[in-house]
Design a protein around this ligand. Structure first.
Ligand SMILES: [Fe+2]
Length: 150
């Protein structure tokens, strides 16, 4: 197997781990949100995360791979940092949630961009188009979250 294929598989498993973890974490984070705007933006994105998971599963199937996760230490670290901040600074939880969410979104975008690059190298247009949608949704939510900071 080429190094690119191995890299592609690892990226896919890490993304799958992150998206699945977010499905579990999101409802807990939502309980801490105060403003309606942030609640609405996050609820909308929660539905998109479900689509992201399904798209990744389609890609596992297309590549003939078993559904498998790979731990992402950087993602774990961001979750930990976010929950520690919420315990330490309790004045404005929404601000902390937005900052933590933007960090997570940017991490995911990095993974999607790397994965998309690998797919492009392999000239896999079908899968590239599918995942491009997930990347765009991440970009949009990240901009939306940023707008809620102002
Ligand atoms: Fe996201």
């Amino acid at each position: 197997m080429s190094q690119l294929s191995k890299y592609l598989q690892e990226s896919l498993k890490k993304l799958y781990f992150i998206e699945n973890s977010l499905i579990d974490e999101f409802p807990l984070i939502l309980q801490k949100v105060k403003s309606d705007d942030l609640k609405q933006a996050m609820q909308l994105h929660y539905e998109e995360i479900g689509d992201h998971v399904r798209r990744l599963e389609d890609i596992f199937v297309e590549l003939g791979l078993p559904l498998e996760e790979m731990e992402s230490p950087s993602f774990r670290e961001l979750l930990l940092e976010g929950s520690e901040a919420l315990q330490k600074f309790d004045e404005n939880p929404d601000l902390l949630i937005i900052c933590a969410a933007i960090k997570v979104e940017h991490t995911k975008m990095g993974h999607y961009v790397s994965f998309l690059h690998a797919l492009k190298e392999q000239k896999n247009k079908k899968l590239h188009t599918k995942l491009q949608m997930s990347l765009e949704e991440e970009l949009n939510v990240s901009k939306k979250l940023e707008s809620l900071l102002s």
